[in-house]
Design a protein. Structure first.
Length: 228
């Protein structure tokens, strides 16, 4: 059944009904025409379009969802573009998710658990540094244990430098190593994932198993996981 016609490239609705409208339905019909008249109709063939950027991509979708739903990171300076760099790398999904949560400050560290009232604030100190709160920044960057591990990892790449004490800055510095290598950033970020995983596992081994963890053991674990 015809529902309208083109008049000078303008679509005109000509709706036909199987019965005559009641008087009280005339107003509803007028409102219906007003609503559908506001929808632009053209002769172009229909096609899919991604409202965020025209052409859909996982990266654009991630950035869109990041801005809509992810709260700001407690670590500061983290942008959606930078955080997205942890995805699509040569590492298992669970390892990449751990890195992602660490950069967002969303791991169940003792500081975060105390903030959620899961544990007492007096129990929020880091297992390797009893006088300092266990935050992501401290656990993965500023702690003397973590700093020594990262120094050895950087030397493994042939780089000797003063390391930042903030996780986001450390990630940016480490990611820059990939720009100077033939295999690019994927291999370098894979080592980053391995380091975050090894530091977190070593922390858990100390807490839950009572194991004494040495710097060289953590570095060996990073190298082993990277090669594996």
């Amino acid at each position: 059944m015809d529902m309208g016609e083109w008049v000078n490239d303008l679509w005109i609705w000509r709706l036909k009904w199987r019965r005559s409208l009641f008087a009280w339905e005339d107003d509803l019909y007028s409102k219906l025409l007003e609503e559908i008249a506001s929808v632009p109709i053209s002769r172009k063939e229909d096609s899919w379009s991604f409202i965020v950027g025209g052409i859909f991509s996982v990266s654009l979708m991630y950035q869109f969802l990041y801005k809509c739903f992810i709260p700001s990171s407690s670590l500061g300076g983290c942008s959606a573009t930078t955080i997205a760099k942890v995805w699509g790398r040569w590492a298992p999904s669970k390892v990449i998710v751990l890195s992602w949560q660490a950069l967002l400050g969303r791991l169940p560290t003792r500081v975060n658990l105390a903030r959620r009232r899961v544990i007492s604030p007096r129990d929020a100190t880091y297992v390797f540094c009893d006088s300092i709160g266990e935050s992501e920044n401290h656990l993965f960057a500023s702690c003397s244990m973590a700093s020594a591990v990262w120094s050895k990892v950087f030397r493994w790449f042939g780089v000797d430098m003063i390391l930042p004490h903030y996780m986001f800055s450390l990630f940016e510095s480490f990611r820059a190593l990939g720009l100077t290598r033939k295999k690019g950033s994927k291999g370098v970020i894979m080592v980053w994932h391995a380091a975050i995983w090894a530091l977190w596992k070593s922390r858990n081994d100390r807490i839950f198993l009572g194991k004494v963890v040495l710097q060289d053991d953590i570095v060996d674990r990073i190298k082993f996981v990277s090669w594996k």
